[in-house]
Design a protein around this ligand. Sequence first.
Ligand SMILES: [Zn+2]
Ligand SMILES: [Zn+2]
Length: 223
Amino acid sequence: MTEQNEATNAKAGAAIIPVTPFQQNCMLLWCETTRKAVVIDPGGDVTAIRAAIDQAGVTVEKIWLTHGHVDHVGGADELREQLGVPVEGPHIGDQFLLEHVVESGRGFGITGVRNVTPDRWLEDGEQLTVGELRFQVLHCPGHSPGSVVYFSDAMRFAIVGDVLFAGSVGRTDLPGGNHRTLIRSIMDKLMPLGDDVGFISGHGPGSTFGQERVSNPFLNGEM
Ligand SMILES: [Zn+2]
Ligand SMILES: [Zn+2]
């Protein structure tokens, strides 16, 4: 069996842990074959994230960040310290946000967060693995300059952070945001992946690219 076939046959498990007052969808994602896992966007509430890891009985080997906003990264440094695993992502375009997490949290009334320096910045097109699961990194600026999306071709599934939501798109009024850039990222990078691709966002329910292409007012020409 080739590596490609193994990846195609690989099965995943996942748990969503809503964290911070923003109810951000922190995700624990694991490979069922190896029970190796990644925590994506640990924005805070590290105790709740640890409980979800214990309940799933998986071994976390890395932390991935979709972008540098406090509700996505506020607990990353603490979780890294507790688990002894590296923080990967987002794109270096969000370095200025990751260096000011504490300050930003204060503005939103969020305490107990830390600034975080990732062990590794990610580039567009990079391939990442979790056990036998494979993900491609897509740099999708607009909501923030360094936003990235994690896409599994085998599972037809993407983790999009705050780039795209069911019925909406990410806000672009925060530092480094740009609405035109955001729409271009979605139309040029995400939509070509296929209508059948399901996704989970940083907030709220998931959807599919096809559903959003047709009904999302920011993408279908209504707005
Ligand atoms: Zn955000
Ligand atoms: Zn968010």
